[in-house]
Ligand binder design. Structure first.
Ligand SMILES: [Zn+2]
Length: 234
């Protein structure tokens, strides 16, 4: 490890960090104003409408022929609405502030963070997809880098909203590119989708792999192959 950083995060040059602890529920308060986004699925709210969510869940239970007043499930709509605060907390954040601390160092070595666990929810079926993200970036020549836990935090923000694995992968790469202005970034995500396990083709254990490359990792096939190998086959 070279270079100290705030919050005790390790900055690693040319080496690999594995198995960052999954910080379930580790959300931070977002204090800045969110701008209205053009994409209707981008964050617009500062909190969720619990009453509306509770009404919706009650109607689903009724639609299934269940009695929403039955003692066993009468608190389910409220419980679900509260759960949304945690599992969809990424909707209240745009991801950039997850990494807003970056330092200027003479740091030109690749940074790799592998095996970052995440749990997201498929926007087509509203059931989870769960997996790991692997990220490599080659810092800006002036050396803009961020704490390793900030990379994991970014993954958390982008995962904690209804999404698709392909888009989540691309968004992580785009946020890193935007904030750190690296020479290149490569994001690989592998995940199991419960919508493929519980319904449809019902293939438990099948893993979907997506990747997104920017900068050198995109334009230079040799560089891309090299880092893809490091992320996929350690
Ligand atoms: Zn799905």
């Amino acid at each position: 490890m070279d270079g100290p950083s705030e919050n005790g995060d390790a900055i690693v040059g040319g080496s690999i960090v594995e198995g960052l602890e999954y910080r379930a529920g580790a959300t931070e308060t977002v204090s800045h104003e969110l701008l209205p986004a053009e994409d209707p699925l981008e964050p617009r709210k500062r909190s969720f409408d619990h009453h509306m969510i509770e009404t919706g869940v009650t109607m689903i239970l009724e639609g299934l022929g269940l009695d929403p007043d039955h003692p066993r499930i009468k608190d389910t709509p409220t419980r679900y609405a509260r759960m949304c605060d945690e599992v969809f907390s990424g909707l209240l954040s745009d991801g950039r502030e997850a990494m807003n601390r970056f330092f200027d160092e003479n740091h030109n070595e690749v940074v790799i963070v592998r095996n970052i666990p995440f749990a997201s929810v498929c926007e087509h079926h509203l059931v989870p997809f769960i997996g790991e993200a692997h990220i490599a970036y080659l810092p800006h020549p002036d050396g803009f880098i961020t704490g390793l836990s900030k990379i994991a935090r970014l993954v958390d923000v982008m995962a904690r909203r209804p999404s698709l694995q392909e888009r989540m992968t691309r968004e992580i790469a785009e946020k890193i590119e935007e904030v750190l202005r690296p020479q290149g970034v490569l994001v690989v995500v592998d995940a199991e989708h419960l919508c493929m396990t519980m319904r449809g083709v019902r293939k438990p254990g099948s893993v979907t792999v997506t990747s997104a490359a920017r900068g050198k990792m995109q334009s230079d096939p040799e560089t891309r192959r090299e880092y893809m190998g490091m992320l996929r086959n350690p």
